[in-house]
Design a protein around this ligand. Structure first.
Ligand code: FDA
Length: 309
């Protein structure tokens, strides 16, 4: 119930106005978001890199319906990528197609993606296309596939959500092709005709598909990012990799900025690759609300922080 309400609120303009206008909320948001400026994101990545983490940076923004805003988002990425190189940061980038104009015109969005990928490729930086809700699943996979096979960008990576029924088939295909994939559980509220309603089924899909990606990685196909804070699933991944002699440099774990930082540190100490998703920008509202939806305790953290000085 609470999760559905928070996902609904993440899209409600009236709620966005209230929360974003609330000065105190900004302080709480900082747990999940590196800051509002590129400088703040760079500082956060520098700290992470110094502690053995790599990063993937997201310029916050989504559901853009104005071509000028989509162009600005693309420019922000180009600037960020140049900055990553200048500052010698160990970082990739993550993008959302709806921030780059997918809802306006797919060709416009593809051109922005080509510009970003070309700029990133020159600097040996990979670009992961985040997966949004079910209305964008096929369009996103079509876009990443066109960018790779028609436009020739090998630095593009896809995200697959374990909660979708279609995932086994998508993963089988992407693993066979050696596509770079981030596998996560899925952050949106999807109906039972497209996604598993039960958490146990989502977890089982995550484990099943993670093994397919790890098997492919062992053969040198793809470099999976196992994106979860679920300690049980991480243990299964570690045990599977050890049992099947899959070297640690063939895959990595990924987690969100500010979530289970102790577990992040533990994985680095154990010698696993650990990439932290670092979002920044002024458009933090929907991202923040999805983080609250993932864990009801975060709502109480949020509410209680507002009353603390
Ligand atoms: P689960 O929700 O079962 O959580 C396991 C445990 O982790 C919880 O018990 C809690 O302790 C902790 N935890 C999880 N989320 C937390 C939070 N927000 N705050 C505090 N503790 C939390 N989704 C998507 O649809 N498209 C995408 O492109 C991406 N991209 C992405 C990148 C990266 C690097 C990560 C880690 C995740 C995503 N996600 C995503 C989000 C993902 O789909 C999922 O919603 C969250 O990761 C939460 O699921 P877990 O796998 O962590 O498991």
């Amino acid at each position: 119930m609470l999760r559905s309400l928070l996902i609904y609120l993440s899209r409600a303009k009236w709620a966005q106005k209230i929360v974003m206008g609330w000065g105190l909320a900004r302080r709480v948001v900082r747990r999940f978001v590196a800051g509002e400026t590129e400088d703040e994101a760079v500082a956060a990545i520098r700290t992470l890199n110094a502690r053995g983490f790599t990063a993937t940076v997201d310029v916050l923004g989504e559901s853009v319906t104005d071509a000028t805003m989509a162009r600005e988002a693309a420019r922000a990425y180009l600037h960020l990528i140049e900055r990553i190189e200048q500052e010698r940061l160990q970082a990739w980038v993550s993008v959302k197609l709806t921030a780059l104009g997918l809802d306006i015109d797919a060709e416009l969005c593809r051109q922005h993606m080509r510009d970003i990928l070309a700029c990133a490729r020159e600097r040996d930086i990979r670009v992961t296309v985040d997966m949004e809700d079910r209305h964008y699943t096929q369009a996103t996979l079509d876009m990443v596939s066109a960018l790779r096979y028609e436009d020739g960008f090998e630095n593009v990576r896809a995200v697959i959500q374990a909660y979708l029924y279609r995932t086994d088939e998508d993963i089988r295909m992407l693993a066979a092709e050696g596509f770079g994939v981030r596998l996560c559980k899925g952050a949106y509220k999807e109906p039972p005709d497209v996604a598993y309603p039960k958490k146990s089924d989502v977890d089982a899909s995550m484990v099943r598909n993670m093994k397919v990606l790890l098997d492919a990685a062992k053969e040198g196909r793809g470099y999976p990012g196992i994106a979860t804070h679920d300690a049980r699933i991480i243990e299964i991944a570690k045990a599977y990799a050890a049992e099947h002699a899959i070297p640690r440099d063939r895959f990595e774990f990924q987690m969100l900025h500010g979530v289970r930082t102790g577990l992040q540190e533990q994985l680095v100490a154990e010698g696993y690759g650990m990439r932290v998703y670092v979002p920044f920008g002024t458009q933090w509202y929907p991202y923040f609300m999805r983080r609250l939806a993932e864990r009801p305790a975060n709502v109480w953290f949020f509410v209680s922080s507002l009353f603390k000085r």
